[in-house]
Design a protein around this ligand. Structure first.
Ligand code: XMP
Length: 333
């Protein structure tokens, strides 16, 4: 609509005025905020924007390829993909404590991003080098960083909207979304041409599958979990709830699979199996501070469970999490 077009035009002019002929760096995570910030800044200054996408190997199925396809492929933005999965897995080996895992993932993420930024900052022939760091900070982040924060919230913020990073890198800070609420960010994203499914995706934690694999993170576990999770999400997207006419995906606030590193016995054909377990989690919430487990139809759960067990060799049991928050949290770690 025209209000949104006006808003985009205004934001574009503001970014151009602020940045001039200088260059901007942005850390793309695949999340809504950094994606919309990237699309907006790209609209404003095109080639003067360079995005760095750190793939920590703990993303969802095909997520890294989808991000690259969208930004590099369709928007023709400059995106550098850093595949750091081996580094993350190496550093996470043997670590089981959830907060320790969060710290390691957060620290490595910053390290890898900083190293890439330092390389890019160095002036190249015909360019002054990068002078700005763009972040997808939105209005609720601005408020939150003023007030009291939970331990988790601190980690969340230190992960994506990294405090102090611009200073450490000697870059000026560009935050084009800082006056917007989440809903407005989503509308802006759609108006900028980002796909609806990307912009209305459920939240995904910065540490990714790192906190959805209980205990030690292993590549084998991540690979199994990615496939189970993708089946769950696919069925939620394709199953329409008849009264609202909406897919179940849109009726829950967050849904995902969790990998449990325990083995249980099963039968398959003539044989006995001894394989891993996944738990499905789907919640409804307005603020993520409290949440109810979603009353998904049994028929949907049945289809998801049978698909996971049949299609993902290595998983022979699926459970559904019927715990609300509090006292349980949404994530299992
Ligand atoms: P919990 O598990 O605390 O989750 O009920 C509340 C919301 O926060 C998300 N979450 C995180 N997001 N880094 C993030 O970026 C984290 O370490 C983290 N831990 C939880 C969770 O997915 C849910 O939406």
């Amino acid at each position: 609509d025209w209000i949104m077009r006006d808003h985009i035009e205004e934001a574009v002019q503001a970014i151009r005025a602020q940045v001039g002929d200088e260059e901007v760096l942005l850390g793309l995570s695949g999340g809504v905020d950094s994606s919309v910030a990237a699309a907006l800044i790209h609209r404003a200054i095109g080639e003067q924007l360079t995005c760095v996408f750190v793939d920590h190997g703990l993303l969802r199925l095909n997520e890294a390829d989808m991000v690259m396809d969208m930004f590099a492929g369709k928007l023709h933005a400059k995106v550098i993909r850093v595949d750091a999965s081996d580094l993350f897995l190496r550093e996470l080996a043997g670590v089981t404590d959830p907060e320790a895992k969060r710290k390691i993932i957060g620290r490595l993420f910053v390290d890898v991003f900083k190293a890439e930024a330092e390389k890019l900052k160095a002036a190249r022939p015909g360019s002054k080098g990068i002078q700005w760091l763009a972040q997808g900070t939105i209005y609720p982040d601005v408020i939150e960083s003023g007030g009291a924060k939970s331990k988790k919230a601190v980690t969340i913020k230190s992960h994506h909207n990294v405090g102090g990073l611009p200073e450490q890198l000697g870059l000026k800070l560009l935050e084009p979304l800082r006056d917007l609420f989440k809903d407005e960010v989503r509308e802006l994203g759609v108006a900028l041409g980002l796909p609806h499914d990307m912009v209305y995706r459920h939240p995904f934690p910065g540490p990714g599958l790192g906190v959805r694999i209980l205990g030690e993170v292993k590549k084998e576990y991540a690979d199994l979990l990615r496939r189970a999770d993708a089946i769950f999400i696919e069925e939620l997207r394709s199953t329409i709830e008849p009264h609202s006419g909406k897919p179940w995906y849109d009726l829950v606030s967050q849904a995902f699979a969790v990998f449990l590193p325990v083995k249980s016995v099963g039968v398959m054909g003539d044989g006995r199996t001894y394989d891993y377990v996944v738990a499905l989690r789907a919640v409804q919430t307005s603020d993520f501070m409290t949440a109810d487990w979603a009353e998904l139809p049994y028929s949907l759960l049945k289809r998801v469970s049978s698909r996971i067990i049949n299609e993902v060799r290595g998983i022979n049991r699926v459970t559904y999490d019927v715990s609300s928050k509090p006292p349980a949290t949404i994530e299992w770690e």
